[in-house]
Ligand binder design. Structure first.
Ligand code: AR6
Length: 161
């Protein structure tokens, strides 16, 4: 089951929210900054022990002060024009997050629009990749696609069809 929801991902009560992190896992701006602020310093401490995450992979931590029990940190690609493997790396970021959720027996997960902010990935193209990948690898999970803005919400709804 996939739904689109517009708002702040840090407010959701789900088994895991996904963080659009960078390779250091040490925090940043955008949704990453919002998640670390809402979770509190314990999250950064745990991330520091993990020691980083390559692009397209994912790592799971506790949720600390969040309502979500876990945070799944994934690193999407920086958009470099589209011929540097960006599509495949974005699909990997979604797929590896879903795999981790299933390995940990989670039932519900919420994704932000990975890579479409600071990393510059075109949001319509990213929405199609998100929906395709979740349809292929998210079976039995309740998935919320979180849009922070209306344009992203519309692209996600369109991709869902
Ligand atoms: N809830 C839901 N979505 C949000 C929120 C929020 N609270 N805040 C922003 N978004 P971005 P990226 C949306 O830039 O492009 C960080 O510095 C935002 O509007 O957060 O993957 C990391 O450390 C956009 O639609 O992530 C990396 O260095 C989407 O989340 C870099 O940014 C993703 O935007 C990652 O860039």
């Amino acid at each position: 089951m996939i739904r689109v929801w517009q708002g702040d991902i840090t407010t959701l009560t789900v088994d895991a929210i996904v963080n659009a992190a960078n390779g250091t896992l040490l925090g940043g701006g955008g949704v990453d900054g919002a998640i670390h602020r809402a979770a509190g310093p314990g999250l950064l401490e745990e991330c520091r022990r993990i020691g980083g995450c390559p692009t397209g992979e994912a790592r799971i931590t506790g949720g600390y002060d969040l309502r979500a029990r876990h945070v799944i940190h994934t690193v999407g690609p920086v958009w470099r024009g589209g011929d540097q493997g960006e599509d495949g790396l974005l699909a990997s970021a979604y797929r590896n997050s879903l795999v981790l959720a299933r390995e940990h027996g989670l039932a519900s997960i919420a994704f932000p629009a990975i890579s479409t902010g600071i990393y510059g990935f075109p949001p319509d193209r990213a929405a199609r990749i998100a929906v395709e990948t979740i349809r292929a690898h998210g079976e039995s999970l309740q998935v919320t696609l979180v849009a922070f803005d209306e344009v992203t919400a519309r692209y996600l709804e369109e991709a869902l069809g």
